[in-house]
Design a protein around this ligand. Sequence first.
Ligand code: PCA
Length: 226
Amino acid sequence: MTLRGPSRVRKSKTVLLTGFEPFGGETVNPSALAVRALDGRVISGWRVVAAVLPCAFGGALAVLEKQLRAVRPGLVICVGQAGGRAEISVERVAINVDDARIPDNAGAQPIDRPVVARGPAAYWSTLPIKAIVAALRARGFPAGVSQTAGTFVCNHVFYGAMHLLRRRRGVRAGFIHVPWLPEQAVRVIGGAPSLPLDRVVVGLEIVIATALETRRDLRVSEGQTE
Ligand code: PCA
């Protein structure tokens, strides 16, 4: 796919916040419900515009690219569900690979394909990831830096977003994974971690406010030994 940068696009005091439609046979996706709940909200003087992306390789980026052109955001935060994770995960890095364990919602299951042919191996999040984790924890949320957004549609959108925005200095962007809702987690025998929707919504508000208000990221260790 050719990804064209949003040229001649000025940035506005608008946050583009994206979620995903349900996938993998599920009927809900907390990311879609949470971003819809925040649509139109004003946070730190910036207006939130929410969009729900199809869970489809290619298709999701086509919608994202359209939204970038229409909204001209000054901050872009993409959100997805990471079932089984206990924390609000602030992703550090997007990698240039699509490698799907299950088919996407359009039936595609790419294996070992680049998101962008001849693109760089990876893009770093340009969000203040450590400050976001610290702000979430300070408000009592389970949160952590994640070193991988996987290789499914979330990483695909994260990489594609960073690629589309690569020449847009001053426009921060990144990806947040959120846990299952309690009603999704109860289906796992033995239980699984979850976070109620109202907590996901407040957590994302904190993410947005911190991204808008933090100039320099914190320098604290989130290193892992494995
Ligand atoms: N989670 C999937 C794709 C859509 C979503 O919400 C992922 O982590 O790749």
